[in-house]
Design a protein around this ligand. Structure first.
Ligand code: G16
Length: 554
């Protein structure tokens, strides 16, 4: 079989490429929604080839720009078992998206077909979902044209969270073994597993969830209907999905994590238990006011350590032999969190580059792999061997049996495909209920080193090349030495710089012994980048000026 060139040409003409260069980045394509039409068409094409490569298994496509503002959009492809697109295919995605003429497009398609030995006679199935962005519907139509141009079939699941689309993709490819491939099936699976863990235990106070005015808000409201009020009470705040401009505006997990402050819409009082989702509900961070009235954040590091500690305790109590629990972090993990994992929990830690796709694969190396980015994106993976062991171990005492039942329920409660804010919310709640712990008690496990995350707009962020799991830069020449020189001036000083994969900026992270020092270190590094490495736009006043010898100047 060969490609239907005329059909491809006819449909491609409906989606002409603009004069923009596109890159498949940390989480797929992501930029302004208005320039994505042709990209979506090309992603539809690639999804068909990916499905054929997998002998007709279903491929997912999620149209979202997650934590970005409402005018942005994007798309990420999902593998049959619910993981992110194989990295070896990302360059194909970039090539197809940048083909400007039908000839170039056909050349790029034939290149993939030849290199990957694609059998075009295989069937191809694609499922698509989208978040609440206004550009989403039109972009799904463009993606759908791409699928049709190569003769594939597409099912549009409409509005849903990113993790729901990953869940459905896996359900379809496991003939329902992972769960019912419907939105309701997702709610039932999570709710039933949660009930198995908490029923009969003392309920905690109301959870106030910041829905970031995105798809997570209505989804959580639907999920809550499957969980009796006697065991969980949830109040969703920032649930205005009708006003597009409000999406992630002064709300959501990224706003709270970066600013280390509460989102709009909350009259925050000590004692309230709160959390924030992001725009597509694949991240969550928890937060509260302590007794002194100070805002306190429980981020992905805190979620990971809570989960790892709890699961290790259960494995020990259940006497399941040979289960290795491991934790995966990125350079953004707070230094105190890493020390706590190594020294107190005594769990091995692996570091990967930013992007859940990297963490996910590293976590698969463990029997129980806990992975979370500090930004709240992550999950816990159970290997097939671990799941089998939890089911085949019988347990003799009541304590052993209860621990085994909780472990089994956790394997259903925790999304095995990707980080999932709603599944993570229920996991944390199940742990806190089981341990009868407050946020403050959870928080007291270790104290974060003060940190600051900043962004700098530069003329070309691709000139910044991060290496060693994002902890250092190999380019631009000499910049890493300058960062090292500044770090050495601060007690517990640590700073790194990396180009964002989702926004047109470079990110700067700094940690030090005091908040003032963490801020200063971050602002010195920002100043160096802005002044010597292509800063654009207005120079933020906070950025420090540094002379060529590395001395700060007024
Ligand atoms: C995506 C990725 C995350 C990553 C984040 C930030 O998240 O899935 O793993 O941490 O981007 O990326 P960057 O710093 O490169 O902009 P999301 O929630 O935006 O899809």
């Amino acid at each position: 079989m060969s490609l239907n060139n005329d059909k491809i040409d006819e449909l491609f003409k409906k989606h002409p490429k603009l004069d923009v260069t596109y890159t498949y980045g940390t989480a797929g394509f992501r930029t302004k929604g208005e320039v994505l039409d042709s990209v979506m068409f090309s992603v539809g094409l690639l999804a068909v080839l990916r499905s054929q490569k997998h002998s007709g298994k279903v491929i997912g496509a999620m149209v979202t720009a997650s934590h970005n503002p409402a005018e942005d959009n994007g798309v990420k492809l999902v593998e049959p078992m619910g993981e992110m697109l194989a990295q070896s295919w990302e360059s194909y995605a970039t090539e197809l998206a940048n083909a400007g003429t039908t000839e170039e497009l056909l050349k790029a398609l034939n290149n993939v077909i030849a290199k990957e030995s694609i059998d075009l006679s295989q069937p191809a199935k694609v499922v698509v979902g989208r978040d609440t962005r206004p550009s989403g519907e039109g972009l799904v139509a463009a993606l759908s044209d791409g699928v049709k141009a190569l003769g594939g079939t597409i099912t549009d699941y409409g509005l849903m969270t990113t993790p729901q689309l990953h869940y459905i993709t896996r359900c379809l490819n496991t003939q329902g073994a992972y769960g019912e491939p419907t939105e309701e099936g997702y709610y039932k699976k999570l709710a039933e597993a949660f009930k198995r863990i908490v029923t009969g235990k003392v309920k905690q106070s109301t959870l106030y969830i910041d829905g970031a005015n995105g798809i997570g808000a209505p989804t959580l409201q639907k999920l809550a209907k499957f969980i009796p009020e006697e065991i969980l009470s949830v109040k969703v705040v920032n649930d205005d999905t009708a006003t597009a401009s409000k999406l992630n505006l002064k709300s959501g997990a990224d706003f709270v994590k970066v600013g280390q402050k509460k989102p709009d819409g909350f009259d925050l009082q000590p004692g309230m238990r709160c959390a924030s989702l992001d725009g597509d509900a694949d991240r969550i961070v928890f937060w509260y006011l302590n007794k002194e009235g100070t805002f306190k954040l429980l981020d992905g590091d805190k979620i990971a350590t809570l989960a790892a500690g709890f699961i290790m305790g259960l494995v020990k109590a259940a006497k399941v032999p040979n289960i290795q629990v491991g934790l995966v972090q990125t350079a953004y993990a707070n230094g105190s969190a890493t020390a706590y994992v190594k020294d107190t929990l005594q769990v091995p830690v692996v570091f990967t580059a930013t992007g859940v796709k990297h963490l996910h694969h590293a976590a698969e190396e463990f029997d129980v792999g806990v992975y979370f980015e500090a930004n709240g994106h992550g999950t816990v993976l159970f290997s097939p061997g671990a799941i089998k062991a939890f089911h085949s171990t019988q347990g003799t005492t009541d304590e052993e049996k209860k621990a085994l039942e909780t472990l089994r329920a956790l394997t259903d409660l925790i999304n095995q495909t990707v980080g999932d804010a709603l599944s993570d919310m229920l996991m944390v709640e199940a742990i806190l209920v089981s341990q009868q712990r407050s946020y403050a008690d959870w928080d007291s496990a270790y104290s974060d080193l003060p940190s600051r995350l900043e962004k700098v707009k530069v003329s070309n962020r691709l000139e910044f090349v991060a290496i060693k799991a994002d902890t250092e830069l190999s380019k631009p020449d000499g910049l890493q030495q300058k960062i090292n020189q500044q770090m050495s001036k601060f007690k517990n000083g640590r700073s790194f710089v990396r180009p964002s994969g989702t926004e047109d900026v470079v990110r700067v992270y700094a940690e030090a012994d005091t908040q003032a020092n963490a801020d200063l270190l971050a602002h010195i590094v920002c100043g160096i980048i802005f002044d010597y490495h292509g800063g654009v736009g207005e120079r933020p006043r906070a950025f420090q000026k540094v002379d060529k010898e590395g001395n700060t100047t007024a």
